[in-house]
Design a protein around this ligand. Structure first.
Ligand code: HEM
Length: 396
């Protein structure tokens, strides 16, 4: 039973119209209270920054076990994975690739990733008109990460189809999830085969994870799920960060000019892109005890959505939050989550996105929309399907 003071909303945050533009709904939810019960999905959401950040950092009261998605049956299938476990099990899984993604290892990758970005960007710029999502954002992360894992790039299309379907399954069992389930299931096994020891190049993350199983750090049955988690988590997130970022910049010639003039702005601008258009809009948790915010109490065992996309636009935290601001440097945004589950690949994502932006900034004086962008709707990921642009070349 909900108390009479409980803020309640019957909005469906997974409805097409809301996914297309969730910001007015986020504003309503933030105004309703620090925690809001969504009657349609029988779950709670945290729409404000302070509570999202605190809950992300509080795995004892906000567990990820059987709860990162909204549907109980689908959560069961994720059981024991890095995203869906709590410490101490979580930390063992997370530890397996922590060295491969540590600043030291990433520093050694920066030059190679920069070179790859230039090789991809140069011919596109020469063409003058191209689709940012199809020709660039969907090509780059998969080639970088497939090589880091040591898996054949021939699997690219499978990986991308799997990632989109997989992210849909974190939402409710709506039409989008139902359509995604057969895709996710078919590709699940195909990807497992591609990640078998024989199919992986030596020296990559794949080998590191198989070795961890040989040493008994993790079980043999955890190898493929762990690799698949890193692969999938690194796709639509980075793809949409690049796509949304160039969408924001293509509409703001003054921002592009500022970046061309001061490359020191590239890292903070990428953070501002993640704040404004967070690729991961929501992940869920389950309360392990009643949690009180002012006069609102979320009961024990409640499913709670951390609305990263809303928290990052909360005026209680950010001045003029709906404005994309080149020099904002939004420290503390939750676009990568926070706490024990805070993004394991954020260092790599930053290198990839900054490499793409730098390769474009070196060559392009003006970037403009060449047609209307097309939004892609996914239950938890925000991004575009298509972003046609025209570029005008010019050295800095
Ligand atoms: C701009 C790109 C990216 C964004 C916006 C992003 C966002 C996120 C977010 C919000 C979470 C937190 C999930 C939670 O709290 O339940 C997360 C977790 C995770 N991310 Fe990323 N991510 C990105 C890129 C990557 C890349 C490139 C990799 C792999 C190399 C990666 C691997 C992971 C993994 C393994 C987790 C689970 C961590 C855990 O549960 O301990 N991500 N990411």
């Amino acid at each position: 039973m909900l108390s009479t003071t409980t803020p309640v909303s019957d909005v469906d945050i997974f409805d097409d119209e809301v996914l297309n533009n969730p910001y007015p709904v986020y504003e309503e939810l933030r105004e309703l209270g620090p925690a809001v019960h969504l009657s349609r999905h029988n779950c709670w959401v945290l729409p404000r920054y302070a509570q999202v950040r605190a809950a992300s950092g509080d795995h004892e009261r906000f567990s990820s076990v059987d709860s990162v998605g909204l549907d109980p049956a689908l959560n069961e299938r994720r059981r024991g994975g890095v995203l869906a476990s709590d410490p101490p099990e979580h930390d063992v899984l997370r530890g397996v690739l922590s060295e491969s993604l540590a600043p030291r290892a990433l520093a050694g990758l920066r030059a190679d990733i920069g070179r790859r970005a230039e090789e991809l960007v140069a011919p596109l710029v020469e063409r003058g008109t191209f689709d940012v999502v199809r020709d660039l954002a969907r090509v780059f992360p998969v080639s970088v990460v497939a090589d880091l894992i040591g898996m054949p790039l021939a699997a690219r299309e499978q990986v991308l189809r799997f990632a989109d379907a997989f992210f849909n399954t974190f939402g409710p069992l709506n039409e989008r999830t139902r359509r995604s389930l057969p895709v996710a299931e078919t590709l699940f096994d195909e990807l497992a085969a591609l990640m078998s020891r024989d199919n992986l190049e030596p020296g990559g993350w794949g080998e590191a994870v198989h070795r961890a199983a040989d040493r008994g750090v993790i079980g043999e049955h955890q190898v493929v799920p762990l690799l698949r988690a890193y692969l999938v988590a690194s796709m639509d997130t980075t793809i949409n960060a690049i796509g949304s970022g160039l969408w924001l910049l293509a509409q703001r010639p003054e921002a592009w000019r500022a970046l061309r003039e001061d490359r020191g702005l590239v890292p903070p601008v990428f953070e501002e892109i993640l704040r404004c258009e967070s690729p991961v809009q929501v992940f869920f948790r389950r309360t392990t005890c009643p949690v009180r915010y002012e006069d609102v109490v979320i009961p024990e065992q409640a499913q709670v959505g951390l609305l990263f996309g809303s928290a990052n636009r909360d005026p209680r935290e950010w001045t003029d939050p709906d404005r994309f601001q080149v020099d904002r440097a939004p420290t503390g945004h939750v676009g990568f989550g926070y706490g024990v589950h805070g993004c394991a690949g954020q260092g790599l994502a930053r290198i990839e996105a900054q490499a793409v932006l730098s390769a474009l900034l070196d060559r392009v004086e003006r970037i403009e929309l060449a047609g209307p962008p097309r939004r892609h709707l996914n239950n938890v990921i925000r991004g575009l399907d298509s972003l046609p642009v025209t570029v005008t070349t010019g050295k800095v």
